[in-house]
Design a binder for this molecule. Structure first.
Ligand code: ATP
Ligand code: ZN
Length: 222
């Protein structure tokens, strides 16, 4: 009986701020996914690779559970999903990819006076990243509370749900539109290739081929 071919499974964001650059990177590595016809699973003809398209938040779980071998995700999501969990022990950052850069910051209503972190003591901060925020507050010995929200975090202060927020900032335009001012940067993020630590020799060989191609693509872009 013929052995089943070993294929490397890659988890990518289906659509969002990571997906275009992720598809572009794979395509430059010779792994073409048909545009417009992307189903949840795409097979590459050129290398033994299958791509699964997911919500970005599910990428770390799919890799740590072994459904996928590697994935592309923002460091912000990777850290939030793995801080203080067993999941993180199975995972490693294989490569920093240098795209989808953004920062996680604390922002307060512009009328609130801010001089130092002491000023957020006792505040409620709405965030999609309660673990990263709590970790930051604990490290700085600031007693404040993270209130978890799945989205539209920036409206929380004006609705009286929170005193401020902790959210992803890139240009700052969203904050300004909601009367908020960035007061502390707590985490700088970019897209990374995350992998499972215990991969078979066969899978690792496919990964090495992909990593060499990525290095080639990035060297050519310089
Ligand atoms: P999904 O539907 O897959 O759950 P999402 O809405 O949670 O997607 P996106 O807004 O597509 O997520 O952002 C994906 C990642 O892109 C973020 O986690 C972050 O790492 C990065 N990113 C870069 N710039 C920004 C930005 N301006 N706003 C939000 N995320 C950004
Ligand atoms: Zn998401």
């Amino acid at each position: 009986m013929k052995n089943k071919e070993t294929r490397l499974n890659i988890a990518l964001q289906k659509s969002g701020r990571l997906s275009e650059k992720s598809f572009e990177l794979l395509s430059k590595c010779g792994l073409e996914l048909a545009q417009g016809k992307r189903s949840l699973i795409c097979r590459s003809q050129e290398l033994p690779v299958d791509v699964l398209l997911l919500r970005d938040d599910d990428v770390p779980t799919f890799v740590s559970e072994g459904v996928c071998d590697i994935g592309i995700v923002g460091q912000n999501v990777l850290l939030e999903e793995t801080l203080g969990t067993k999941e993180g022990e199975n995972l490693e950052t294989v490569m920093e990819l240098g795209f989808s850069g953004c920062r996680l910051s604390i922002a307060l209503p512009k009328e609130k006076e801010y001089n130092s972190l002491e000023d957020i003591k006792g505040c409620k901060l709405a965030t999609t990243y309660p673990k990263i925020l709590q970790n930051f507050l604990d490290k700085n010995k600031i007693n404040a509370m993270a209130v978890k929200m799945e989205g539209s975090v920036e409206i929380a202060p004006s609705l009286g749900l929170a005193d401020g927020i902790c959210d992803i900032v890139s240009s700052g335009a969203t904050l300004e539109a909601h009367g908020l001012v960035e007061v502390e940067k707590i985490f700088q993020s970019q897209a990374v290739l995350v992998g499972r630590k215990n991969m078979s020799v066969e899978k690792r060989a496919i990964l090495v081929t992909i990593l060499e191609r990525i290095k080639g693509v990035r060297a050519a872009a310089k």
